[in-house]
Design a protein around this ligand. Structure first.
Ligand code: G
Ligand code: G
Ligand code: MN
Ligand code: NA
Length: 254
């Protein structure tokens, strides 16, 4: 209860911030984009991890105003990075089911991107497989409206959720993000190794990009390269960091 009442006032008290984690294109050895990750610091409670407050905000509906705050901030920070000379960077923003189902999402997204002065093609939304447990004709309509604007979708935590993968062909999805639990065991567990290499092969034959999430070691990255993985996001290259640090990161890259 205490956390929820504090969460209620977190936007107006300016307690949220965004961190950005780099995504590396292995083929060109360049930073192709970043994921926006929400952080909450409350003066009394300290830092609360998103795993704690995101589910709470989803239950209470607060995720809707919070999600709009995230979207505006992530887009305006990306526009700033473009003006700094890194105009190819793509921003990935997490969208929870509740945000996805909110009326007016498409118009809000379109308007926010325009206000930020960004091009739609530099924006990607990360959704999880749980979205496909909802009414599929509604999901498909919204996804197609957004996709028709040239905005991309990635499936986050791929391999942990919904069992059918038929949606990969039916829905406008451009990227699979292989869950960290498989990547962290890729060099120590042969089942994880097989799963990751199969997902990469499947992605290629379906024409999807694939992101390996949570690579922490050189050995993991080398295995991912050998398997033909296109993009890596993980502590090996960079942790989620505040805007200023991220700007330094891209400036210092190679
Ligand atoms: O950094 P990490 O602990 O940052 O994030 C944990 C989880 O919190 C992520 O897997 C992600 O699903 C969720 N998350 C982080 N930022 C956001 C956000 O802006 N919106 C939503 N819906 N989820 C987020
Ligand atoms: O939205 P999502 O589940 O994809 O968020 C990514 C989560 O994974 C965030 O909590 C982020 O901090 C975390 N993360 C990203 N890379 C690594 C990594 O290399 N190791 C660990 N332990 N966590 C990571
Ligand atoms: Mn994500
Ligand atoms: Na993930």
């Amino acid at each position: 209860f205490i956390m929820e009442s504090k969460l209620n006032r977190a936007i107006e008290n300016d307690e949220f911030s965004l961190h950005y984690q780099p995504k590396i294109d292995l083929a060109t050895d360049s930073v192709m984009g970043m994921e926006a990750l929400l952080r909450w610091h409350n003066p009394e409670l300290g830092f609360i991890p998103p795993d704690k407050f995101i589910p709470l905000s989803e239950d209470s509906g607060l995720i809707l105003p919070i999600g709009e705050w995230v979207m505006k901030r992530a887009l305006s920070d990306t526009a700033k990075l473009h003006k700094e000379g890194f105009a190819d960077l793509k921003i990935a923003i997490n969208l929870s089911l509740r945000q996805f189902m909110k009326k007016g999402l498409v118009e809000f997204v379109e308007k926010s991107i325009e206000t930020a002065g960004l091009n739609n093609r530099n924006v990607e939304f990360e959704i999880t497989e749980n979205i496909f447990t909802e009414d599929l004709s509604t999901i498909s309509r919204i996804m197609n409206e957004i996709s028709n604007l040239n905005i991309k979708f990635a499936i986050d935590d791929f391999g942990t959720g919904y069992s059918s993968i038929g949606y990969l062909k039916k829905m406008p999805i451009s990227t699979l993000k292989i869950d960290r639990s498989y990547i962290s065991k890729i060099d120590s567990d042969t089942d994880s190794e097989s799963i990751v290499s199969s997902v990469i092969l499947m992605s290629k034959s379906l024409g999807l990009n694939v992101v390996a999430e949570g690579a922490e070691t050189e050995s993991q990255v080398n295995m991912l390269k050998d398997m033909g993985c296109s993009i890596v996001q993980g502590y090996y290259y960079g942790k989620p960091m505040p805007y200023d640090e991220f700007l330094e990161f891209v400036r210092n890259w190679k």
